[in-house]
Design a protein around this ligand. Structure first.
Ligand code: ARG
Length: 465
């Protein structure tokens, strides 16, 4: 019999079968496909569509197939196109003609949308744990270096001194929003498509609520055409992944700079670096470079699915099969990146002296002086101008700001007093930024304590499993 049944008088051309097959990659949906089928067949029996004894045989057959796949004893056949057809065919081989009752009231269109949502629900939950681990690593690293100061940068230029912990906790915030985006995506796609059939529902008395309950979907799709036609959930997950990759890439770039000879701020653990096949002295931050580099393929997957989906008429089109490879690759890539960057950060050693030297440049405290003048009633723009003149004078004299005497200071800043000279201290400067969200140690240590508590309480499992 041809794969497509009575309508066809010929076998599918070999080249067509090869071109259209997706089983090489969609086989990773097998567990969720079988989970969906088990719920479907129980409902078929409960609704009187399939005799209970047949449903029982089908269930046992599906479980046997799952066991065979998990034991590595199942051979997926590309001639059967996809994971759904492979499992259905195996079922019929396993339990005989009763297996042919499973697909009642169902289409691969609502089946694949169900499988993907079940699969993504699990992967998003795992990723949320991965983000938690990353946050824990950053908090640990921040905590170990809680007293250290580094120059904070804008435009990659020295700007103002900050605690290293403040810099690291900035990423903890970003990864927290990433977790929120995953949770939001799950919340929206956690809706049962099954029952939508090919596009218009079914003439059979399916009990969709029962299937939804069994599969842990809080809702059923309200519109059967929407249920099979959209892949916005794939786009949303990929967008969340793209942002995680972006955050990892920026952290990676910071680490690469810090580990360079020019900065010399951080020493990465030998176990998380690689050497050069030629230059014996090299110790390279390859993990961070790859994390930065792999961001490209994650963005690529997002753009690919957006492009595939644009312009598709409702409802299902075979184009949509193209949603999977990039999605799987992006999920694997981001999970792997988090999995290796977290221990890299947990084991990183910051060099307090090198950072303190860099942060000691009195020019980093120029803003403090301008704000000191604001405190004396000088309008900020005027204070900014005067301190700018002082900086120009110090450059002209070839003296750092803190080496100018009071008379020299007064050439630029008429209100200058001896106290101004005490402002050129990085630690004092940090401590002076003592408002919520600011760089003062009290603020940062408070944030650290809050994160410690939040991360200890949470196992990351606040997404539906
Ligand atoms: N492998 C297909 C996909 O991923 C399953 C749905 C196929 N449906 C169809 N009518 N050809 O999209």
């Amino acid at each position: 019999m041809a794969l497509w049944g009575g309508r066809f008088s010929k076998e599918t051309d070999r080249r067509v079968a090869e071109y259209t097959a997706s089983v090489d990659y969609d086989q990773r949906l097998y567990r969720h496909d079988i989970e969906g089928s088990l719920a479907h067949v129980r409902m078929l029996a409960a609704s009187g569509i399939v005799p209970a004894a047949d449903a029982e045989k089908i269930s046992l057959g599906l479980i046997a197939i799952r066991d065979r796949i998990e034991a590595g004893e199942f051979v997926f056949d590309p001639a059967l196109e996809d994971v759904h057809m492979n499992i259905e065919k195996a079922l019929i081989d396993e339990v005989g003609e009763v297996g042919a009752r499973l697909h009642s009231g169902r289409s691969r269109n609502d089946q694949v949308a169900t499988d993907e949502r079940l699969y993504l629900r699990q992967r998003c939950g795992e990723l949320s744990h991965g983000l938690r681990d990353m946050q824990r690593a950053l908090v640990d690293c921040a905590d170990r270096h809680r007293e250290l100061i580094m120059p904070g940068l804008t435009h990659l230029q020295h700007a103002q001194p900050v605690p290293v912990a403040h810099h690291l906790l900035a990423y903890v915030e970003m990864f927290e929003r990433d977790r929120g985006r995953l949770a939001d995506a799950v919340d929206r796609f956690n809706v049962l498509p099954l029952g939508a059939g090919a596009l218009a529902g079914s003439t059979l008395p399916l009990n969709r609520e029962m299937v939804a309950r069994e599969l842990g979907f809080p809702k059923i799709a309200r519109n059967s055409m929407d249920a099979v036609a959209d892949r916005d959930y794939v786009v949303e997950v990929l967008a969340a992944l793209a942002l995680i990759a972006m955050h990892c890439s920026r952290l990676a770039e910071d680490v690469i700079l810090w580990a360079s000879q020019e900065f010399g701020f951080v020493e990465l653990d030998d176990g998380f670096c690689t050497g050069s096949s030629l230059m014996p002295q090299k110790k390279n931050p390859d993990i961070a470079e790859l994390a930065r580099g792999k961001t490209g393929r994650v963005y690529g997957a997002l753009v690919a699915v957006l492009t595939t989906m644009k312009g598709l008429p409702l409802t299902y089109n075979r184009d949509m099969q193209e949603d999977k490879e990039g999605l799987f690759d992006a999920l694997d890539t981001v999970a792997a990146t988090l999995g290796v960057m977290a221990p890299m950060m947990a084991s990183a050693e910051f060099d307090g002296e090198a950072m303190a030297r860099a942060a000691a440049d009195p020019a980093l405290m120029a803003t403090d002086l301008a704000e000191w003048l604001v405190g004396r009633g000088v309008p900020f723009r005027e204070a900014h101008r005067q301190v700018g003149e002082l900086v120009a004078l110090s450059r002209k004299l070839g003296l750092p700001l803190n080496r100018l005497d009071l008379n020299q200071m007064r050439q630029a800043i008429p209100l200058a007093e001896q106290e101004c000279l005490t402002l050129f201290d990085a630690r004092r400067s940090v401590e002076a930024r003592n408002l919520p969200g600011g760089a003062a140690f009290g603020q940062v240590h408070g944030q650290l304590a809050d994160w410690r508590q939040a991360l200890a309480a949470a196992d990351g499992g606040d997404l539906p499993e």
